[in-house]
Design a protein around this ligand. Structure first.
Ligand SMILES: [Zn+2]
Length: 381
């Protein structure tokens, strides 16, 4: 906790992924909210951001601001939120629920953008998702359901990807699951060898009533963020998964050839046992020729297995290139500070779901994604 900005070594621009829990407010709260806003602002400016991106200073008439604005200011007034952007669904008893983006700059200045009242659109059916995006099968596990909002989140998550990115994650199954209380995750991308899937847990919906993703003029369910994050993991793992798939094919061919070779040896032995020297000689020649090919195939299996191990033991080319683009900066969210892979997944998530947020927090990383840095890195040899 730090009140004075210059002493606040940790303050930096970031995106607040954590849902800020709050309740609907009514007019009777106005005086309290205005008083709290004045205390918290301590003279810092408040701007209303209009739909045309123009900013109008409004702190001179705080008491006349809509309750949505006052409540959003209240929610951002914690000192820990200096530098943050949060995308909140703010509910007032008279005005219903509005999507509100709030930015609290490091110097304390607050900007607020309020969207219109809205309703979540109807979700596409799983068959439409498969048709539209080439998605793999959708599974349900242990009573978890692909309900309207989880299908809408998946639809939005796939819609915000570029066609090239979608092609790279096509045919991937998605599983709605309850989640593991011991490992509280919103979603998880899992890959085992050549197989991969995304598990989407109940926890992804914790912030559904208080938070949204994207801009206040085109809000997406907050759970969309968890899915785009996991698709980010799927993308940085492309080189490893590709190498694993290649390796699985090479190993399977090799095993088939070993079977055929053993067959030949058996036939040769039986011919020799019954004294059929002509047949045994022909088979001997075939065995010798096959053995040379098999030895070469064995070396290819070894090299391809080593390549998989090398990629599995390293961050891989995409994370390495991302690390260069990050150039020592911190991750764009608190969770992204866990490690380089989470930092990438959070940056990718913002790049696709809320590009303006990434441009504000990590402009050089946003430029790297815009230039296709992540896609180029996976093709580099
Ligand atoms: Zn992650």
């Amino acid at each position: 906790m730090c009140a004075v900005v210059p002493a606040c070594g940790g303050a930096r621009a970031y995106y607040e992924m954590t849902a800020l829990n709050h309740q609907p407010v009514g007019e009777e709260m106005r005086t309290t909210l205005v008083g709290h806003a004045r205390d918290c602002l301590a003279g810092a400016a408040v701007y209303e951001v209009r739909a045309d991106r123009s900013r109008v200073r409004v702190d001179g008439e705080l008491d006349r601001q809509p309750l949505h604005v006052l409540h959003a200011i209240h929610l951002m007034c914690d000192d820990e939120r200096r530098g943050a952007e949060a995308d909140l669904l703010v509910t007032t008893r008279s005005g219903g629920t509005r999507p509100v983006s709030v930015w609290r700059e490091i110097d304390g200045v607050i900007a607020v953008e309020v969207g219109s009242a809205f309703q979540w659109p109807a979700a596409p059916a799983p068959s439409q998702l498969r048709l539209r995006y080439g998605t793999g099968a959708l599974f349900e596990e242990a009573g978890a359901r692909w309900d309207g909002i989880s299908l809408l989140a998946l639809d939005r998550a796939l819609a915000v990807l570029s066609p090239a990115e979608r092609a790279l994650v096509a045919n991937q199954p998605f599983v709605r699951a309850r989640g593991d209380p011991a490992a509280p995750l919103a979603a998880r991308h899992l890959s085992v060898g050549c197989d991969q899937k995304v598990r989407f847990f109940d926890r992804a919906f914790l912030g559904h009533r208080v938070q949204f993703a994207g801009t206040p003029h085109a809000p997406m369910p907050s759970a969309t963020l968890a899915l785009v994050h996991e698709l980010g993991h799927a993308l940085h793992k492309v080189p490893l998964i590709r190498a694993s798939c290649r390796n699985a094919a090479i190993v399977s061919d090799y095993n088939r050839d070993v079977g055929a070779f053993n067959d030949l040896v058996g036939r040769h032995n039986r011919a020799a046992n019954r004294g059929d020297r002509a047949a045994a000689n022909t088979l001997s020649a075939a065995i010798a020729e096959r053995q040379t090919r098999l030895e070469a195939a064995g070396r290819a299996v070894e090299a391809s297995t080593k390549e998989v191990e090398r990629l599995a033991d390293s961050p891989g080319p995409v994370l390495e290139a991302y690390d260069d683009a990050l150039a020592g900066e911190r991750a764009p969210t608190t969770y992204g500070e866990t490690n380089l892979a989470e930092s990438f997944a959070e940056s990718f998530c913002l790049f696709r779901a809320d590009p303006a947020a990434l441009r504000r927090v990590l402009p050089q990383v946003a430029a790297w994604f815009e230039a296709g840095g992540h896609l180029r890195a996976m093709e580099a040899k």
